[in-house]
Design a protein around this ligand. Structure first.
Ligand code: ATP
Ligand code: MG
Length: 253
């Protein structure tokens, strides 16, 4: 059943091919749109430049993100097709660890895909998935894409929104609504990375398990300790660090 098995484990690009396969499987089952495959390609190029591992800058951003989610009053994790195809179980685990709600939010929205994503999250243990069904959605001001439609009990009321693999316009619109925004984006120069409150510059498949592990540890700490982690984090400095990693490459490496 699982086509990933066809990739030989000793292939030098085995992991990257396995991730592609998850997305292609997601595309075939209707979770992922064709545009999502292209967006992944842009991410992969940056992953190559970042050395395909989680940098210390990304670890720091993960710690800050986890603190912010744990301190939030109404945290929401926003899920799109690529995220659902790559990390369905970890989305649910992170929601449980940080008491976050889960909301499906799609750029290319249609009822079938919305329901498929919600079903896949429920199969992985989610009880409630917002952003689906017949209810009246609320529109985020300033936005024209389908992503402006948000759940009145979810993103609309949230103080912290985690939007992995987000589009720049919506990140800006959420910030303009006075929300704190956490993102995962391999491109340190994207409008999303540049505008988010906390930008984790790393591959989502490495970030989610690390976020779950970190949240498990940090939730044992006091609110003051979490606040201190947040106060010591500087997003611009951190993004600059990722750009430095990219600039380190030399022709003979
Ligand atoms: P922006 O709208 O923020 O300027 P963009 O238009 O270049 O960005 P989008 O298509 O809106 O890009 O969003 C996809 C983003 O997700 C890209 O910046 C890409 O680098 C990133 N991305 C794709 N796959 C992954 C992944 N597996 N892990 C982390 N980031 C990824
Ligand atoms: Mg975009």
């Amino acid at each position: 059943m699982n086509e990933i098995n066809h990739i030989p484990s000793n292939h030098p690009r085995a992991q990257s091919l396995a991730i592609r396969q998850l997305l292609v499987n997601g595309f075939k089952s209707g979770l992922v749109v064709s545009e999502g495959l292209i967006a992944h390609g842009r991410g992969e190029a940056f992953d190559y430049l970042l050395g395909e591992k989680t940098s210390n800058y990304a670890f720091d951003a993960i710690k800050a993100a986890s603190s912010l989610l744990l301190l939030a009053k109404r945290p929401v994790i926003s899920v799109n097709g690529n995220t659902a195809a790559l990390c369905p179980k970890e989305i649910v685990d992170l929601a449980n660890e940080t008491k976050s709600s889960i909301e499906v939010n799609l750029f290319y929205r249609n009822k079938t895909r919305e329901n498929l994503i919600a079903e896949s999250l429920k199969k992985n243990g989610a009880n409630i998935v917002l952003g689906v069904g017949q209810k009246e959605f609320v529109k985020i001001p300033e936005l024209t894409s389908n992503r402006r439609h948000v759940d009145p009990e979810g993103i609309f009321l949230a103080d912290v929104v985690f939007v992995p693999l987000e589009d720049g316009d919506r990140t800006k619109a959420l910030i303009n609504m006075q929300k704190k925004v956490i993102t995962v984006d391999l491109n340190p120069l994207s409008r999303t990375s540049q505008n988010a409150t906390i930008s984790i510059i790393d591959n989502i498949v490495r970030v989610f398990p690390e976020l779950v592990k970190t949240s498990k540890q940090l939730k044992q700490m006091s609110q003051n300790s979490l606040l201190e982690i947040l106060n010591n984090f500087n997003n611009k400095y951190n993004i600059d660090g990722s750009l430095k990693i990219i600039r380190r490459w030399k022709c003979d490496q």
